[in-house]
Design a protein around this ligand. Structure first.
Ligand code: AMP
Length: 227
């Protein structure tokens, strides 16, 4: 059911890799009727389908680097155009991630989504917890599913995704070296992005996820929606 309080809103979920953005976004799709686009999932889908875009971005993802802004903003723009016609609220999971992406997004937003609100939710978590989470998580290999499981989930024992029956595997960029590289780069672009939001008058809201279960984080997010 779509909540009255969060109609026609584009949420940007921003935060370290492994902070649970995707898991909360999926819960919002299931329980609140939102739509979500994970730019990471979209990139991985293109790579496994070996599209032209997938071939262009493969090297960046394997190295734990960000995909260039112009490539990512084009695909997000196309997705928004196709998915906002019914006025549904949307979560952009992991986008915008840089100042360049935010500039391009805000331009698109002003031109094409004048009756929408834009809210940025920053997931707050320590690097230690991120490393613990990412080195232990499993994901569904099916490129159309990509569901994420913590190590203690019953499906992990069976190695089978409970949503689609796909095989559960470790993500290629969830190795300790690549995680550390992703964490090293995160403050470099996030500081610049947050400064840009400040200068553009975009308010950012914090969601502390350290040591919390998905249910607790979801409750905290719903409390933010009432504000
Ligand atoms: P994620 O699944 O969000 O952890 O993203 C995995 C990888 O996809 C990142 O390390 C980047 O290489 C790429 N990626 C995802 N979203 C973006 C974005 N907004 N800008 C640039 N690269 C991205």
């Amino acid at each position: 059911m779509h909540t009255e309080i969060a109609q026609k809103t584009i949420f940007s979920f921003f935060g370290s890799p492994g902070s649970g953005k995707g898991t909360v976004a999926e819960k919002c799709v299931k329980d609140l009727g939102f739509k979500t686009l994970s730019t990471g999932n979209l990139c991985r889908k293109h790579i496994s389908l070996e599209t032209e875009f997938g071939q262009l971005i493969d090297g960046y993802i394997k190295a734990g680097q960000l995909v260039p802004d112009d490539l990512i903003t084009d695909v997000v723009g196309d997705w928004l155009t196709a998915n906002t016609s019914l006025g549904v609220s949307v979560i952009l999971d992991g986008f915008p991630r840089t100042r360049g992406q935010a500039e391009a997004f805000l331009k698109y937003f002003k031109d094409f989504l004048p009756d929408y609100k834009f809210r940025v939710i920053c997931f707050i978590i320590s690097d230690e917890e991120v490393i613990k989470r990412l080195t232990n998580r499993f994901v569904c290999e099916n490129k159309n599913c990509q569901a994420v499981y913590p190590p203690f989930a019953p499906s992990v024992k069976k190695e089978i995704c409970e949503l689609c029956g796909g095989k559960l595997v470790k993500r290629a960029d969830d190795t300790i070296e690549v995680i550390k590289e992703r964490l090293r780069r995160y403050p470099q672009y996030s500081e610049d992005l947050l400064n840009f939001y400040k200068s553009a008058g975009v308010v950012t809201e914090s969601l502390n996820v350290e040591g919390k279960t998905i249910e607790q984080v979801f409750e905290d997010f719903k409390a933010l929606l009432k504000k």
